[in-house]
Write a new protein. Structure first.
Length: 381
């Protein structure tokens, strides 16, 4: 047997697991109102997990369905963050209620907590996003934070949610800032997947990278119009892109198409208290600029330079952050910046999916020069 034949035999016997999509997705302006039968098939005793604002926003949509289906539901808040402490409390509440499935309601952290507690309790999960700020309603992944809101690690789940309900009417009640943040989080898929996986010859990864390119183009073309006309058909398409299509890419391509330097920068920034007033997608959007700046600085990549300028113009048009000051970090000290950079460059960080080595000092230089020329951020000693 030749070496080539041996390699082929090995590849065909390898087993790969893909968690691509929810078992069912219902979307529409009155999706929740029409989802009663789909929800009730999971059981009779749902535990509804969310944040206080999200639970209040969703109640007028969800309560009639619960009553119509005669479901014995209980409602609980996930706490300040999707943390180990809050997850322990949620597991206790699920057991106390004898929940036979979970309904997760809210943004990224609420949905991450709901998905993970359902996974840990081995019961089904229904996700109902209340904004288009992330693709958490879609994915088989939960991010764990400290009680203080600092990113700790992520957990890969056995499957995507059993049911995702995307109700445009409910999404439209969220502040427009959440959709802008969702655009930032979603558009990162192209800049991260293309640099980490753009030369792959694997069919599914090629498909994921190309989907990321399509997602970027949709957002470039339609975001500004969508933000001017909330609830319009264009707005719905951008919502679909941020919540659904962004999730598809990570599902098809796996971890290496999901996060690279932009999300690593986000993770580092969460360890700075002053950044906690900004949304996940806002920090990720800034992280894209940092990643492109690294490509310019360390590889003399002129395509990255052009892409950064294109993004800066797009960000200015729709209101995404361009510099640390836009994230509430205009008075950051050198020590704080170094702490964020060191966390972003830890050995297990996604930043190491870049095709070149990055050390904290280089990352710090990129973080303060996202709008080049340098000088728009004052760094204190």
């Amino acid at each position: 047997m030749t070496q080539t034949q041996s390699t082929k035999t090995t590849n065909t016997t390898a087993i790969y697991s893909l968690t691509i999509a929810p078992a069912c997705v219902l979307r529409g302006r009155s999706a929740i109102a029409q989802a009663g039968d789909a929800i009730a098939r999971f059981g009779k005793r749902p535990l509804i997990v969310g944040g206080s604002n999200s639970l209040a926003a969703a109640k007028p949509y969800l309560q009639p369905i619960l009553e119509q289906q005669q479901l014995q539901s209980a409602e609980t808040q996930y706490g300040n963050d999707c943390s180990e402490t809050s997850l322990e409390q949620l597991r206790e509440e699920a057991a106390s209620h004898e929940a036979d499935f979970i309904i997760g309601v809210g943004g990224g952290k609420a949905l991450d907590a709901a998905k993970l507690v359902a996974y840990q309790c081995k019961i089904p999960i229904v996700t109902i996003p209340t904004s288009a700020a992330t693709c958490a309603a879609w994915t088989a992944l939960s991010n764990i934070y400290s009680e203080q809101g600092a990113f700790q690690y992520d957990v890969t789940l056995a499957r995507c949610p059993d049911l995702l309900i995307l109700d445009y009417g409910l999404i439209q009640t969220a502040p427009q800032r959440t959709l802008v943040a969702g655009i930032g989080d979603a558009i990162a898929k192209w800049y991260e997947a293309s640099v980490s996986s753009g030369h792959s010859e694997q069919t599914m990864i090629i498909a994921a990278v190309q989907q990321a390119r399509i997602l970027r183009d949709i957002l470039f073309q339609k975001s500004a119009a969508a933000l001017k006309e909330p609830g319009s058909e264009t707005w719905q398409e951008v919502t679909d892109a941020a919540v659904l299509l962004a999730g598809v890419i990570g599902g098809i391509g796996g971890a290496q198409c999901r996060t690279v330097a932009a999300h690593a920068v986000h993770n580092g920034l969460t360890h700075l208290l002053a950044s906690h007033g900004t949304l996940h997608g806002e920090k990720v959007a800034y992280g894209i600029l940092v990643q492109l700046r690294l490509e310019e600085m360390l590889q003399n990549n002129q395509l990255a330079a052009s892409a950064r300028q294109q993004l800066l113009k797009f960000y200015a048009e729709i209101g995404l952050p361009q510099i640390l000051a836009d994230l509430g970090l205009g008075e950051i000290t050198v020590a704080q910046l170094q702490r964020a950079a060191e966390i972003a460059c830890q050995p297990n960080s996604d930043i190491h999916r870049l095709p070149f080595k990055v050390v904290p000092e280089q990352l710090m230089a990129a973080m303060v020069s996202t709008t080049a020329p340098v000088g728009e951020l004052r760094v204190k000693n």
